[in-house]
Design a protein around this ligand. Structure first.
Ligand code: IPM
Ligand code: MG
Length: 368
């Protein structure tokens, strides 16, 4: 049987640096575990614009539709800020999400014990934290029409539209309930039903899906602003949070920071099953391209490495190998290996991006 296929789109900024460490781990999996992938690489974001005048070529889009999983680094950078909206680096990523129909975006926020003191919150609030935000990824205000900047009288008006169909809400709700069943069986749905009709519909549909098929899962609802407050106050009350595209974007950055650093958070974006039974899937760190530190070997590759672990688990049914990677990361952190973003106020000497990758490889070796 052919090896499973991976398309690597390292992208911009620190994307290529962190992805280089993932490639080492892919190599290790082949050499030491006999887990081999057919890896191809291509461009997305600003680097694709520089090469082809578009942040994602049709050929790359087609390739992404064919492969078993896409691994993405990051897109964007100040160099591209002035570009026309339609060719901005972010449009490449949004096109991938939309055309692959990756409606369910899993963003786990897990606080590794060794990092509990690095959070801006108190240790007891974050230690042992293990929650997942399920963010709807292909609809809502990111894609709703009408959108644009229009002339209205003698001034301009900027318009975006929050729009959700029942089926869009129902399918992401279902993925959250399914995930909760494999975890602690709790879902909290967040919207703004107090001010938005789309929020009212969201709440109703999530409740209907629950009452029809997931009565065994505990469901609560929260306004997203109160949810943000509760996430800082006592995040351990949550298990799975399901929310829309924009609220999910905000809440997941916040949840990431609870764990000590944005450099730690992986994500999986999943769609419908393909002919081979695997879901359409793209894996990427939650952090961005971090242009301020790009090219300096300072970036933390852990979020990208953990995203690959999610690929092992969700695309390739290799839960054991995924756990092996996650445990290796945990070991390295427990040993005090720190990139610059993980340096506490007491300071110390940070390791480089590639030293962090090598430390994870050494821990993987030790796991055999
Ligand atoms: C994310 C990012 C993206 C988003 C950007 C890069 C388009 O912030 O994945 O959270 O807003 O969805
Ligand atoms: Mg974001």
């Amino acid at each position: 049987m052919a090896n499973p296929s991976l398309l690597i789109l390292a992208g911009d900024g620190i994307g290529p640096e962190v992805m280089a460490e993932v490639k080492k781990i892919i190599g290790w999996m082949g050499a030491k575990r006999g887990v081999r992938f057919d890896v191809s690489e291509d461009l997305v974001g600003g680097c694709a614009y520089d090469a082809y005048g578009t942040p994602l070529t049709d050929a790359t889009m087609a390739r992404a539709q064919e492969v078993d999983a896409v691994l993405l680094g990051a897109v964007g950078g100040p160099k591209y800020d002035k570009l026309d909206f339609s060719v901005k680096p972010e449009r490449g990523l949004l096109r991938l999400r939309k055309e692959m129909d990756l409606f369910s975006n899993l963003r786990p926020a897990q606080c590794f014990d060794a990092l509990a003191d690095f959070s801006s919150l108190k240790r007891e609030v974050v230690a042992g934290l293990d929650i997942v935000i399920v963010r709807e990824l292909t609809s809502g205000v990111y894609f709703g029409e009408p959108r644009g900047i229009f002339k209205e009288g003698n001034e301009r008006v900027g318009i975006n539209t929050q729009r959700y169909t029942e089926s869009e809400i129902a399918r992401v709700a279902r993925s959250a309930f399914e995930l909760a069943r494999k975890r602690n069986n709790k879902v909290c749905s967040m919207e703004k039903a107090n001010v938005m009709e789309s929020g009212i519909l969201w709440r109703e549909v999530v409740q209907e899906v629950h009452d029809r098929d997931y009565r065994d899962v505990q469901l609560t609802h929260m306004y997203a602003d109160a949810g943000a407050m509760q996430l800082c106050r006592w995040p351990k009350q949550f298990d799975v949070i399901v929310t829309d595209n924009l609220f999910g974007d905000l809440l997941s950055d916040m949840a990431a920071m609870l764990t000590g650093s944005l450099g730690m958070l992986p994500s999986a974006s999943l769609g419908l099953p393909m002919a081979n039974g695997r879901p359409k899937a793209l894996y990427e760190p939650v952090h961005g391209s971090a242009p301020d530190i790009a090219g300096q070997g300072k970036a933390n590759p852990i979020a990208c490495i953990l995203s690959f672990a999610m690929a092992l688990r969700y695309s390739f049914d290799m839960g054991e190998e995924a756990t092996r990677v996650e445990k290796a990361v945990e070991t390295v952190l427990a040993d005090g290996v720190r990139t610059a973003d993980l340096m506490g106020p007491e300071g110390g000497t940070p390791v480089s991006t590639s030293q962090m990758g090598d430390a994870v490889l050494a821990a993987l070796d030790a796991s055999l």
